[in-house]
Design a protein around this ligand. Structure first.
Ligand SMILES: [Zn+2]
Length: 529
């Protein structure tokens, strides 16, 4: 069998003032794609996977139209050049927004379909924060979305999508998709699969997918910071028994709908002022405060200095902020050199509306690099140690890898932690909780902080630009707090403007009734006219 591989993977806040352009994407072509760690699992299949183009960027603002058109044309040319293929595997996110284009994934997938033709099978892996559309469903044969948030099943999801595809090709099956959109749209921070009710809803998916005639069951939370009509939660089932798929998707959608009011934040939340006060009163450490409105891993800008301003105004001490994206301030530190004192304007260089903080800092450490975009400066202002970065980036990796040992492959954490744990000397039973795994890994610190000579536990308060914490940070947070701070991914979602003709959607509207209605892919022989 000849199976093409490619895709585009980004999550875009339509509320972000920034634009994602070509330099923000890591673009893998041909052998570079095939040899990349995240695609090595394809070698486990007895089929020929043919790399085309895969483009990935960290979440951000809308993709500039010319960037999208350039990447799409390159992808399509490579797909076309392969000649006839039996299948296509697309590694997607699902929440891309391209300037002037609603449903960008629908555009990408339909373009792929137009090249490979009707008989070819196309399977896609999605992030559960992806948004589905009629066009996506009508052009795919199979879809599998993450079943965990935080996402610790990335490779498992990719494998599910490829297992379905290869099995269908081998057995000459023609699976189809049934989609039940759910008029509920919530942030990831209220729908973590670590907490109820998502925990129970997602735990039901393997059982549904194991039924005869069903190949995959996916439940997508959707992406709330996208002001476009397709943004909703979705139940999507793949399989060969349309009646069973239809019933299963409707039931799953109904259960999500019924649970809508029970989704709440998994940690204590408040305003920036409240969170700082709670942190000051805490007798345990490290308190980890997520500055959630400016979280770059959800599409936030990452340049807002609001929390820094509050900390300096109140002269709070023993604090680490990691970090604030500010290239001019970072470059100024490199020009001044480590040990020097310098007056800086910090923050607000990328977004609109974030006024900078002006203060004098001492440059403590400059990360050695020849790449200007990789520059990171550790500075001190008052009682605050602050990381300034040249580019937008999160700080959430603690774990590192030292000794050789094997992490149990059957563990539910295998996909996310295996590579790290293999060299970290981790050996935990497969029923370990996520906190046990995170704790074990964080005991062997390295990564985002240790690269800079920083230890999060050495501070009373660590401030990160994040929503729910990464598993590794969650494991050491004592306690975790989340500030409902302003920014492009504002967690106070009901204040988001929604201007693009959406249907009534909870929690933006609350007084409406709803019953599940399913949509069968146009590729199904059972599709409605
Ligand atoms: Zn996600």
């Amino acid at each position: 069998m000849r199976i093409a591989v490619g895709g585009i993977h980004i999550e875009c806040s339509t509320y972000s003032p920034t634009r994602t352009t070509l330099r923000d994407f890591q673009v893998l072509r041909g052998d570079e794609l095939a040899g990349r760690q995240s695609f090595l699992f394809l070698r486990d299949y007895p089929h020929e996977f043919l790399p085309t183009l895969h483009a990935r960027a960290i979440p951000g603002g809308p993709v500039a139209r010319d960037t999208y058109e350039f990447l799409k044309a390159d992808f399509l040319a490579r797909l076309h050049a392969l000649g006839p293929v039996d299948g296509v595997y697309l590694a997607m996110h699902g929440a891309m927004y391209v300037d002037g284009m609603h449903d960008a994934e629908g555009d990408w997938i339909q373009a792929a379909r137009d090249i490979v033709g009707r008989d070819c099978l196309i399977s896609a892996s999605y992030d559960l924060h992806g948004n589905i559309s009629r066009r996506v469903i009508d052009n795919l044969d199979m879809l599998s979305a993450h079943r965990t948030a935080p996402h610790i099943d990335v490779e498992d999801t990719q494998r599910r999508a490829c297992d379905m595809l290869t099995r269908s090709l081998e057995r000459r099956l023609r699976p189809r998709l049934v989609w039940a959109p759910i008029p509920v749209l919530l942030p990831g921070e209220r729908t973590s699969t670590e907490d109820e009710p998502a925990k129970t809803l997602y735990a039901s998916l393997p059982g549904i997918a194991a039924r005869d005639g069903v190949m995959d069951a996916s439940l997508l939370v959707g992406y709330v910071w996208a002001d476009e009509p397709r943004a909703t939660a979705s139940a999507v089932l793949t399989g060969t028994d349309t009646t069973l798929l239809d019933r299963g998707a409707a039931l799953l959608a109904q259960k999500y709908w019924e649970a809508r009011a029970a989704f709440t934040f998994g940690v204590r939340t408040g305003s920036i002022e409240e969170c700082i006060e709670w942190a000051r009163q805490a007798t345990t450490r490290p308190v980890i405060l997520a500055d959630s409105g400016d979280n770059p891993t959800a599409g936030g800008v990452g340049d807002r200095p609001d929390v820094l301003r509050h900390l300096l105004d109140r002269d709070v001490r023993d604090v680490l902020i990691a970090g604030i994206a500010d290239q001019p301030a970072t470059d100024a530190c490199y020009q001044r050199g480590a040990g020097g004192r310098i007056d800086l304007s910090i923050g607000g260089t990328l977004g609109e509306g974030a006024s900078p903080v002006t203060t004098t800092v001492e440059a403590l450490f400059l990360y050695p690099t020849d790449t200007p975009r990789e520059r990171q400066a550790v500075v001190r202002a008052g009682g605050v140690t602050l990381v300034l970065t040249a580019r937008r980036r999160p700080f959430h990796n603690l774990a590192v890898c030292r000794r050789e040992r094997v992490f149990p492959k059957d563990s539910v954490f295998g996909g996310h932690f295996e590579a790290k744990a293999r060299t970290a000397g981790a050996l935990l039973p497969s029923h370990s909780t996520i906190n046990e795994v995170g704790k074990l890994l964080s005991d062997r610190l390295l990564g985002d902080f240790t690269d800079l000579g920083l230890r999060p536990e050495a501070f009373h308060l660590l401030v990160v630009k994040s929503g729910y914490l990464s598993p590794e940070l969650a494991a050491i947070a004592n306690p975790a707090l989340m500030a409902l701070s302003p920014g492009a991914v504002d967690q106070d979602i009901e204040r988001l403007p929604r201007q693009r003709g959406q249907q009534p959607t909870y929690p933006f509207q609350r007084d409406f009734t709803w019953k599940p209605a399913t949509i069968v892919s146009a590729r199904s022989p059972h599709a409605q006219a």
